[in-house]
Design a protein around this ligand. Structure first.
Ligand code: ATP
Length: 752
């Protein structure tokens, strides 16, 4: 079971030249004079296994590990160490996979280089890796970082000097519990990281929450606005279709009305002008002048008639006078009238005839009267001679007067007839005149009536203009509304054209509808007009992101929970394993101890120590999460209890150097026995032992080498005798270490 195969040093400390130590036997001793470079080999093993403490490597920086050169040899540019393990049984593995390093080989070669500037380079099978990969890989073969498997010079009793806490770590390491520790730490780191992630996620959610809320509100507004726009669309369709229909119908109606009214107006105008032109003004005056002519004719006739009437009176008076004379004469027939009587008659006649003659008007009468006078003159002359004769003359005169009177009467009748005719004509004219006047009045009435009608028509036209203006206003506001609507609801607005409008459009209903539209418009304006598609997209994105974060948060919470469970499980396992391990070590420890000391007792106990100093809460919390911490302010440690045979001394500090060495060797070996590491390096651990104890030590080495390969640096001959191969280290004048392998027989010879 040779796991450790070889170590190759190149430029490491005193090894200026490439040197290889092969480990082909269970126990390999490295021997040589002081200062030859033996411990440098042990350190090279520490180095290549990932030791980070420069103190453990006896240096201050990387440059101290590099061969500084000598008179004969120039210094190295870097220190390199390669360690080769057997992996034919595939014992190596990684805790975290996926490093891209194949372990599917029979050998595993781990390499480390350090450069003067302190930069380190790690390799596994020639592939560059990180330190943690090396640590991880070694943990799989129970080679921990506590270095319990490498006991350096002067460090033999390190396990005794260590604090309880450090000792616990060593034991955990030896028990191969580092894997758990490592896993716990990894899990805790993960937990911490998860917590941080969780906080980040929560912070992100908190960060986007107000924006999300804002967006949600905006989206609600957008949705509300869309609903309102839908409502508006409906209202608009209704309103605009009705309005358009109204405008059409009303326009047609007003057009018809205008046409009718204008026609009426024209016809009235025509009739009025016609009426005005036919109205005859002179008709009436024609009648009245004709009447006047007739009336003056009538006046003349009447004067004539008066004249005749007077003449008639006189003639009848004359006739009466004659009649009286005739009556008197008949009474006195045969008597002769005196001259006096006669004279008076003649004189009376004469006067009357004179009077008649004075009238100038009727020439005919005058003629007659002249004749009468002349006869009367004749008569008066005859009277003187014969009364009989006179009587005859008067009779003649009498009948002439009578004839004259009849002529006058006939004339008067003719005049009366004439008068009647004229009066009838006047009557006719008057009635004509009245008729004309009546018709004039009638046509005037008609004119007035027409004018009134025309006025009415004009006022109707006036009201029509008013209505037309109103319709124009409606048209304008319709156009404006249409434009506004197209801005608000887009091309959909034109759908009003397809809407069917039945029945009459009621203006008040339209006004109500318009009011509703206005109200919605105001509301929409108040809402503002967030870019809906962008807003929605952003809201969806943000919402998705929030959902994602919520999911993430939930996942992280679950991660935290399961990590906590895992850590708890690991801690419990670690605890159990640790306890079992400690009791196993105790068994071996007791055995080795009594073997070394020929009795006595030795055991480890788990103790709870107070922490050395109070730290901040954060530190405590951090440390508490470490395995091995059970209570606040306490830490678990391992105490060594020994009782030497026949001695009462129990305190480790009171042991002698040799006793300390033996105790620690017993413990170290016990630890190695329980969970054997692939190899153990012991650097002059036996320095303090006397001969008898050296033998016991040698026996234990023999025993131990069955489980672990041993690399022993020693000056002790007894120890050397237990090895199968000896490596001699020398340092010649060149100032660099040199190696030479010595066979066992030679070794024995050298030892003697
Ligand atoms: P001892 O038996 O006394 O313990 P040793 O064989 O263990 O001695 P080491 O301690 O391994 O000796 O070697 C020490 C030697 O290595 C010293 O001589 C020291 O000068 C040399 N050395 C240490 N570091 C370097 C270096 N960087 N370059 C060259 N030589 C070095």
């Amino acid at each position: 079971m040779m796991t450790l195969k070889a170590i190759e040093l190149n430029g490491f400390k005193s090894f200026g030249k490439k040197s290889t130590v092969s480990f082909t036997t269970p126990t390999t001793c490295v021997v040589g004079p002081n200062g030859s470079g033996k411990s440098n080999i042990v350190e090279s093993i520490r180095f290549v296994l990932g030791e980070q403490s420069m103190k453990s490597l006896r240096g201050k920086g990387g440059v101290d590990l590099i061969f500084k050169g000598s008179k004969a040899l120039s210094h190295s540019s870097r220190a390199q160490v390669l360690i080769t393990f057997d992996n034919s049984k595939k014992i190596f593995s990684f805790t975290n996979s996926g490093l891209g390093v194949s372990l599917d080989y029979d050998e595993v070669v781990i390499g480390r280089e350090v450069f003067p500037d302190g930069v380190n380079k790690y390799t596994i099978n020639n592939t560059e890796v990180r330190l943690k990969d090396v640590v991880d890989l070694l943990a799989s073969v129970n080679i921990g970082s506590s270095g319990h498997h490498i006991i350096s010079q002067g460090e033999a009793d390190r396990v005794l000097n260590a604090s309880n806490k450090d000792r616990r770590a060593m034991i955990e390491d030896a028990l191969g519990l580092k894997v758990y520790q490592y896993r716990i730490r990894e899990s805790e780191r993960k937990l911490e990281k998860t917590h941080i992630n969780m906080k980040e996620v929560q912070a992100l959610r908190r960060e986007i929450a107000p924006h999300l809320a804002f967006l949600k509100k905006q989206v609600q507004i957008v949705e509300k606005a869309r609903e309102m726009r839908d409502e508006l669309r409906g209202f608009y369709k209704d309103y605009l279709s009705k309005e358009s229909s109204y405008i059409k119908t009303e326009g047609k109606r007003l057009g018809d009305v205008r046409h009718t009214l204008e026609k009426q107006s024209r016809s009235l105008e025509e009739r009025i002008s016609e009426l005005k032109s036919t109205k005859e003004e002179p008709q009436a005056s024609k009648h009245s002048s004709a009447i006047k002519t007739h009336e003056s004719e009538l006046g003349i006739l009447r004067t004539k008639k008066d004249e005749l009437s007077r003449t008639l009176g006189r003639l009848e008076g004359t006739i009466d006078g004659f009649d009286r004379e005739f009556a008197r004469a008949s009474k006195t027939k045969g008597k002769v009238i005196t001259e006096g009587e006669w004279r008076s008659v003649v004189d009376a006649l004469d006067r009357e005839i004179d009077k008649a003659l004075e009238s100038e008007n009727i020439s005919e009468i005058a003629t007659i009267l002249k004749n009468m006078k002349s006869r009367l003159q004749t008569l008066s002359r005859d009277v003187e001679t014969s009364v009989e004769e006179i009587d005859e003359n008067i009779k003649e005169e009498y009948s002439r007067v009578k004839i004259a009177r009849d002529g006058v009467l006939a004339d008067m009748e003719a005049i009366g007839h004439n008068e009647k005719q004229i009066l009838a004509q006047i009557d006719e004219l008057r009635s004509d005149e009245r008729a004309v006047e009546a018709s004039l009045r009638e046509s005037e009435r008609n004119l007035y009536e027409l004018m009134r009608e025309k006025n009415e028509v004009e006022s109707s036209i006036h009201s029509l203009v008013f209505e037309e203006d109103k319709l124009n206003m409606i048209k304008n506001s319709f156009e404006m509304e249409l434009q506004e609507a197209s801005v608000l609801i887009g091309q959909d607005v034109l759908s009003y054209k397809n809407a069917e409008v039945t029945g009459e459009v009621v203006r008040s209903a339209q006004d109500d509808l318009r009011k509703k539209i206005e109200r919605i418009k105001i509301k929409l304006e108040d809402m503002g007009s967030p870019n809906s598609s962008e807003m929605l997209k952003e809201y969806q994105d943000t919402e998705e992101r929030d959902q994602f974060l919520a999911k993430e948060s939930e996942d992280l919470k679950q991660g935290i929970d399961s990590l906590k469970v895992l850590i708890q499980d690991l801690k419990e396992t670690l605890d159990t394993e640790f306890k079992t391990g400690v009791s196993k070590i105790n068994k071996q420890f007791q055995e080795f101890f009594s073997l070394m000391f020929g009795g006595g007792s030795a055991f480890l106990s788990v103790v709870m120590d107070h922490k050395k100093s109070r730290k901040t809460d954060e530190d405590i919390e951090e440390e508490e999460s470490e395995a091995g911490e059970t209570e606040l302010g306490f830490e678990r440690g391992i105490e060594i209890n020994v009782t030497l045979p026949q001695k009462k001394v129990k305190d480790l500090h009171m042991l002698s150097g040799g006793e300390r060495s033996l105790t620690s060797i017993a413990l170290l070996f016990a630890m190695s026995q329980v969970n054997p590491p692939p190899f153990l390096v012991l650097d002059e651990t036996d320095a303090a032992l006397d001969e008898a104890n050296s033998r016991k030590y040698g026996n234990m080495l023999d025993n131990l080498s069955k489980y672990s390969q041993l690399v022993v640096v020693t000056h002790n001959r007894e120890t050397m005798s237990r090895a199968q191969v000896l490596y001699g280290v020398t340092m010649d004048a060149s100032g660099a270490s040199k190696l030479l392998s010595i066979r066992l027989e030679d070794a024995s010879a050298y030892a003697k």
